[in-house]
Design a protein around this ligand. Structure first.
Ligand code: ANZ
Ligand code: ZN
Length: 858
């Protein structure tokens, strides 16, 4: 019995595909294109099998579409700027560039081991000047178009590391690395005007019908469109006003206070004179001002003593509070509170003893007795206690209140978005330099285009906290491009989401030097037909890319709004976790089963088996990729990653799973290389007719083609695997029954074997390529077309037919498809139930509706 030598075979076919440039993509307008892309990785170290899943999924799509005749673009690259490289530089004294390129080498080698059908000639790394020069140009374009601008904004400042922290890097008010209490600082930062496209980004979600609904919903919420009223309260005893935004102008008569955000300019003004206000604001800032922090924090308020006049009822005034739950970044940073109809407001009112005035009463309640205690009423109803709004329903009252406010000239109906402009400045070294120069005389001056790229200096040191670009002795000192005087380079770099917002377009012409990509290549290849990646990118990366595509469109680079026509978000790969009795995590290979109990391989100590969890280094429940590929081969690893669970669900990696995949590889190998019937040569003409056994085999083969094709179209890869395995079993049985080896059976077997090889190809390309060669296929399997199912062999050969007696259902029978009247009639009348119902009487008439009903009339 021959053994499949995966080591030699996998290396052999990878070399052959390379040598022939099989997966090189070349524009060819005469052919339909298909662009499949997996989210490119951050080169952070070593991949484990869990990481490999999304590349395996993408490769199935790429190879399948290729076989279907598409001109496929399937590129790979590296999202290579980012903080981990700088942390490594600080911890291990290795330059971020060196660390990054070492990781790219390692991970690139790992991906190559898997035999993924990438066009490696398009490989790119975003940390190279050849890449980032284009984003510096794009940034200048955005600046010209008003899509990039500079403004002061609050940041989280880590006083020890002397760096700005993202909200996610602030944990309980402290820096995630240093543990130092985070300070708020105001810095001048660059922003991209994503809000310019808020409406378009929202509306176009409806066109993304090949995106998961959950991702569209998350983007919709993130954009967060609200319609309402913006209006101004007059202050009592002061000439200025407080502007608020509300989505419930109908509830204005129920207002009992106005609240300012702690970061509101009026709050800051009051704090200057009143230390109690200053202390309150400081407390709010300590608790965090992000939306997530506020949602969970207790509601806190401070009464400023100021009052405003009610706009519809000049006799009433309302107190002005500062409240921690009002965000400065939304609406106007100030609200009016109507406790009866808003839960946050009622919590606040009960805590600080403010009036609760119901103004919307459900139609089932008596307005005289209706009251609100601790739960706000937010449902429909009619307006009460509300002057000119009395008797209106909520929607009519909203319209009437807005109209009145507009008449009074104190406000206007408006739409606001939760979406904020994207702050792209980072005080970091390992990112793309922002190409501007600061001159005391001229202000902010863009670096002239012919002086791009602004490259990062290589000689930097990380032994001081703060931004190495800032401390570099010479790099930032330049002369002003406008006046020639002494000036400073911008030392901030771009947020690394900048790079990933357009890399998919760069892949269209990755070597092009004069611009980010050529128009022709972009027009041909874009949009990405199938994008594959983690759902954790549902908002930021996927929304930024949609924005960038529009911004590039409006700067004249392409005619496209949506970068990703189809999106698949893959589930995680999980593995059991193991813990030593003492409490330390153990790697799976440190554990073995002895007498049915898990124990530590070294020493035999007892081991606790924990929950299934996403593979991660921190819990040590990872399985190394090279180790698996060395032990079982890339194809076996790929097969397991595609089996058992649909792509969007979690997949459990188990030893039993890898063993099962490995056994199937062996079975398929033996079935094709050692058939018990001598197979006719490739291309042998079909026999004139097929006996029952051969026909059954052919039917199974063609039905599997049809079903697997449908499965792959729907990304039901796990179902496709199951069907392919089933066909292998069916054909292997025929194989065993080979007495006499009738030539029709041998021919059917040969056909089945060829089909299996082609169906398996996207999943296990090395094995498939080898088998193709062994059975005398010509050329590379990678260049063969997808098999077509013969429709006559796919239709069911029997159908279920209902039998009625005098219009009543009495039985169902299996009939050959398209059975004629005499056959159908005989079968129907032979049914015992039918005979019983006929009570011995003769059939007067038998009516046949072909393939559906036999109706017997007695
Ligand atoms: C008065 C009112 C009465 C409100 C009522 C609601 C119910 P969405 O739907 O999310 O857009 N709001 C406005 N600006 C705010 C800010 N910067 N921080 C916190 N809350 C703010 O929410 C709009 C509602 O959230 C607005 O309508 C306002 O409270 C509050 F019975 O105004 B409402
Ligand atoms: Zn100047």
């Amino acid at each position: 019995m021959s053994r499949y030598n995966f080591k030699e075979t996998e290396a052999k076919w990878q070399a052959a595909w390379n040598a022939q440039g099989t997966f090189r993509a070349v524009e060819d307008p005469s052919r339909p294109k298909y662009y499949v892309l997996e989210m490119f990785p951050y080169p952070s170290g070593r991949l484990h099998v869990g990481h490999a899943r999304n590349y395996a999924l993408g490769d199935v799509v790429a190879r399948y579409k290729r076989a279907q005749g598409f001109n496929v673009l399937h590129p790979m690259g590296w999202d290579a700027f980012g903080l981990p490289a700088e942390n490594a530089a600080i911890a291990n004294k290795v330059h971020p560039a060196k660390w990054t390129f070492q990781n790219i080498d390692v991970m690139g080698g790992q991906l190559r081991l898997l035999g993924l059908s990438y066009d490696w000639s398009r490989e790119l790394a975003t940390c190279t000047p050849e890449y980032y020069v284009h984003e510096q140009r794009l940034f200048l374009d955005f600046l010209d178009k008003g899509l990039a601008y500079r403004k002061e904004s609050w940041v989280n400042w880590d006083p020890v590391d002397q760096t700005v922290l993202a909200n996610e890097q602030v944990i309980d008010g402290r820096g995630w690395r240093t543990g130092a209490p985070v300070e708020k600082r105001k810095l001048s930062q660059w922003f991209l005007r994503i809000t310019h496209y808020a409406e378009e980004l929202l509306d176009a979600l409806a066109t993304l019908d090949r995106w998961p609904d959950k991702v569209r919903l998350m983007q919709e919420r993130w954009i967060g469109k609200s319609s309402g009223l913006r209006f101004r309260f007059d202050m009592v005893g002061r000439p200025d006003t407080i502007e608020v935004f509300t989505t419930r102008p109908d509830t204005l008569y129920g207002a009992s206070f106005v609240a300012l955000s702690p970061n509101h300019p009026l709050a800051a003004e009051l704090a200057e004179k009143d230390p109690k206000v200053a202390a309150f604001i400081a407390e709010c800032n300590r608790l965090g001002t992000s939306e997530a922090a506020i949602e969970t924090a207790e509601k806190l308020g401070h009464d400023t003593g100021l009052r405003v006049a009610h706009p519809f009822d000049p006799d009433r005034t309302l107190p002005v509070w500062i409240a921690n739950f009002v965000l400065m970044e939304y609406g106007t940073g100030a609200i009016f509170g109507c406790p009866a109809h808003d839960q946050r407001d009622i919590d606040f009112a009960r805590k600080y003893d403010l009036p609760v005035i119901p103004v919307v009463v459900p139609e089932t309640e008596d307005p005289a007795t209706f009251s609100v205690e601790n739960e706000a009423y937010t449902g429909p109803g009619l307006l009460r206690n509300s002057g000119f709004l009395d008797g209106l329903d909520v929607e009519a009252a909203k319209r009437a209140a807005i109209a009145r406010m507009e008449e009074l000239g104190r406000g206007e109906g408006t739409t606001v978005y939760r979406l904020r402009d994207w702050g792209v400045s980072r005080q970091r070294y390992w990112g793309c330099p922002i190409p501007v120069i600061h001159c005391d005389a001229c202000g902010v001056v863009p670096v002239p285009r012919d002086q791009l790229p602004v490259t990062l200096p290589e000689d930097v040191s990380f032994d001081r906290p703060g931004n190495p670009l800032e401390h570099h002795p010479t790099w930032k000192h330049v002369s002003c491009p406008q006046c020639g005087g002494a000036a400073r380079r911008e030392t901030d770099t771009f947020d690394t989401f900048f790079e990933s917002s357009w890399y998919f377009a760069r892949f269209a012409s990755p070597q092009y030097a004069k611009g980010p990509f050529t128009r022709e290549a972009a027009q041909y290849w874009l949009p990405v037909d199938q994008y594959i990646g983690g759902v954790e990118h549902a908002v930021l990366h996927l929304l930024y890319s949609r924005f960038f595509t529009r911004a590039m469109r409006d700067c004249g680079y392409l005619d496209l709004a949506e970068p990703f026509a189809g999106l698949m978000t893959q589930g995680m790969v999980t593995h059991a976790t193991y813990r030593e009795a003492g409490g330390d995590w153990l790697y799976p290979e440190e554990v073995e089963i002895r007498d049915g109990r898990p124990v530590k391989r070294a020493g035999g100590g007892s081991v606790e088996v924990g929950r299934l969890e996403k593979m991660s280094k921190s819990k040590k429940n990872v399985v190394g990729l090279e180790h698996m590929v060395e032990t079982y081969g890339a194809d076996t690893v790929r097969l397991l990653l595609l089996s058992d669970s649909p792509p969007d669900r979690d997949l459990e990696w188990t030893e039993a799973g890898i063993d099962g995949a490995w056994r199937y590889v062996g079975r398929l190998w033996r079935f094709v290389t050692e058939p018990s019937l001598p197979l006719p040569p490739h291309g042998a003409p079909a026999p004139a007719s097929f006996g029952e056994k051969a026909l059954a085999a052919r039917r199974a083969t063609h039905k599997t083609i049809a079903a697997v094709t449908q499965d792959l179209d729907r990304f039901h890869f796990n179902k496709a695997v199951a069907r392919i395995r089933e066909l292998t079993n069916t054909l292997a049985e025929l194989d065993g029954a080979g007495e006499g080896a009738p030539e029709d059976q041998a021919w059917a077997l040969r056909e089945g074997a060829e089909v299996l090889i082609k169906l398996v190809n996207p999943l296990m390309p090395h094995l498939a390529e080898e088998l193709w060669q062994r059975i005398g296929g010509t050329g590379l399997l990678a260049d063969q077309s997808w098999p077509a199912a013969d429709p006559s062999l796919v239709v069911e050969d029997t159908v279920k037919v209902a039998v009625q007696v005098n219009g009543k259902l009495r039985a169902t029978i299996d009939l050959p498809r398209d059975a004629a009247q005499p056959e159908a009639e005989a079968a129907a009348l032979a049914e015992p139930n039918v005979q019983r119902a006929m009570e011995g009487k003769p059939a007067r008439k038998v009516i046949l509706v072909p393939n559906r009903i036999v109706n017997v009339v007695v």
